[in-house]
Design a protein around this ligand. Sequence first.
Ligand code: NDP
Ligand code: BG6
Length: 515
Amino acid sequence: MADYQNENPLTVGLEKTLHPQPCSLVIFGGSGDLSRRKLLPALYNLAFDGLLPTGFAAIGFARSEMADHEFRAFAAEGVQKFSRRRYEATHWQDFERSLFYRTASFEDPKSYAELKAALEAIESQRATLGNRVFYLAIPPTMIGLCVKQLQAAGLIYPAKQTDRFSRIVVEKPLGRDLETARKLNDELGEVFDESQIYRIDHYLGKETVQNILVMRFGNSIFEPLWDQKNIDHVQITVAEEEGVGTRAGYYEEAGALRDIVQNHILQLVCMTAMEPPYQMNAEVIRSHKLEVLRCLRPMVDEDFQRYVVRAQYAAGYCRGVEVPGYRNEQGIRPDSTTETYIAMRVFVDNWRWAGVPFYLRTGKRMAKRATEITVQYKTVPRVLFNVDAANPLEPNALSLRIQPDEGISLRISAKLPGPKVRIYPVKMDFRYGSTFGAQASPEAYERLLLEVMAGDATLFMRRDEVEAAWQWISSIQQGWARNPAKWLPEYKAGTWGPVEADRLIESDGRQWRTL
Ligand code: NDP
Ligand code: BG6
């Protein structure tokens, strides 16, 4: 067996090395929260690990007035607070030389002319070969405007130009329904070719999410059992301890369906359910995921009432601290009907998954932070060890822990030591932390930024994927619109959700897993 510490683990199996190309990364919204908490720390970590291309510059571009040195101080504060790698003066001094800032008003063409002049100077100073990545960490309503202005200012090279590239990265939310998503995609498509567009779903940048494919297709023991003949059901949970926090304005309009289900959860469904790709290639992987999205059974008639539960957190305790209910959070309407929790039963109507329910749930202010996919196998026949109907054997369950405590466990039945035959469910457990070290896994944004610089779109959403996801989500949105709720069921903050969600799964003779 390969020892990852003594051998280069990349020599085991497929070696996929990314080649990030020299470039300038213009962060629209460089003074904002995402930039401070995620993007700048991710860039520092890449620099720390020696992964940034040799020619590199990041240019913050936003409304606040800042000079380069002030932006560097802003970035240093973000790095000290949020970076995976520790803040070290020598690494920092090297890295901060690549940081610049230009004040902007996104509406004003002058800002783009100034950006162009600044870029030309920085490009020769930092040897970025003229390559440009525009990262839009901005309110989604401004995306259309910004791309038009970029084009008008002559800041974008056509996709067919081969000596240098322009790429654009867009953050979620990618629309709020099918129509707005199409409009957004049209606006992007008027200026950029699809091959230049990188739509972020940061879950795809998580190591454990990428490992789903390695686990499924890098082992011979799982795939033959990965179908409706062997699997009883699948559960996917994205549970958060945090409440709505400081994002009330956004969340009131989004709710759990748009915020988590449309993107992160559906992507997890795709990775779990997709057919084996024949190549690790952006178009192949994304086309296979698209097939899953297109096979999701729409919620028709009253299905959205029978198979979808939405709820809101009420006051309760999180880690022993009293926390308010959603409607009492700052910035939330006291009569809000925005869901902070959603649970649903979903089917993927294809040959492999026919009749296998996927139970999906996500919520804020739940008992703990835990994202997990569990594949529960069918029970063994009621003969031999499983004859006692009052004490049935627990079925095998394969759990992929996405976060925290990343790892994989398999529940199996084992004989308790002793003269009698007594059977007990035990777990075979692999933990990333203890095998590879706690610091080994890069943050999702590190990986995603690197992929953009390397020009690999595998971990980003293609236009048709985003729209297919919205298409399915719209069957639920339409049901809700036909029957607007005056109130939602509640669950106490710090618990596992409302009783209605328990009933949803229990009425099928199953139970939510205890995480
Ligand atoms: P912020 O409100 O913190 O930042 C918005 C940025 O846009 C600021 O830098 C602001 O500049 C700039 N800006 C807004 N309007 C203008 C304008 N007219 N001209 C120039 N600059 C302008 O938002 P976030 O960083 O939280 O979010 C950015 C995007 O990322 C959003 O689409 C969000 O949904 C998405 N996102 C955010 C996440 C997060 O954790 N924060 C997570 C996932 C997605 P200034 O502040 O200087 O005025
Ligand atoms: C974001 C959502 O996309 O994902 C947030 O907008 C949520 O509401 C976050 O908290 C969860 O991400 P993670 O990586 O902490 O699971």
